[in-house]
Design a protein around this ligand. Sequence first.
Ligand code: AKG
Length: 298
Amino acid sequence: MVSDEALDEVRSRGFTVVEGFLRGQELVEAQAAFADVFPTHETFFADPESHAELVSHQFGGNWKFPFHSWRLNRLAYHPELVSAAERFCETTDLLLYKVEAWAKYSGGADYNQPPHRDFSNHNLLVPRADFRWPQMTTFLLLSDVGESDGPTMIVPRPVTQNVPLSTSIISTKDFAADEVPLIGPAGTLLIYTTDVVHRGSSMTGHPASRFAFLADYMGRDAPWLGRRAWPDSGNAPAWQEIFGRATPRELALFGVPAPGHEYWNEQTITDVGVRYPAMDMSPYRSAMGSSGPTTPQG
Ligand SMILES: O=C(O)CCC(=O)C(=O)O
């Protein structure tokens, strides 16, 4: 659960850290889901050479949605993440606009980055300082992260408020003394905005690993914002299971028209049903001819 107070902190400070966002069995399952896709710490360090590509450069272990694991994919639209995004973006008409899973392992790549703001590849323009058309970006830690595990270093927004929003890369280390490391136990969620200065940092421990899942949200009414065009990955087999198991509400987060939208007619319901044989077309069929799209729940 992400409280309204935590979201207010994102508005005032630029970020919030929610410890225990995932806990207990849910966390264990999310970690197992991550291991469907990436080698665990033990597997990697038992034979680093056979996973050399993952550490060939700092984005070597940064993979894009969809993954060949339904249980990992569904983390992107965890109901509490969607709830936080609805409240932060002040709309239920949301798009999930970027999802990545990122495994880092020590001993290969240097994960240090210059301090930067993310908007330059999430926004063709610049963020509005008054938070109109917000984007909610997140890092969900799926491993314990301490100071030596390459934590994200993040600068509270008030510290950089005099650096114009046209600047995405901050070339100096002027704000180093104000950096806060994103450390915490597995299950910790970082929520931040694209105007906040932060950087990836080097892993100073060895052997060390850091596992994170990133899911970013925005309102649908801002085509100058975004990152991934989901149809670009439309031939990935993983979509079959997503369309077979996700609810209409969840599919709408990828841009699929809700039941009742004028896109849905006899032809599209039949043909989409053929494209995704496991998809339940009944909500779309029963809403056909209704007065307009609903925001489906659940
Ligand atoms: O991995 C991290 O800790 C931060 C990465 C980052 O800020 C980026 O790649 O833009």
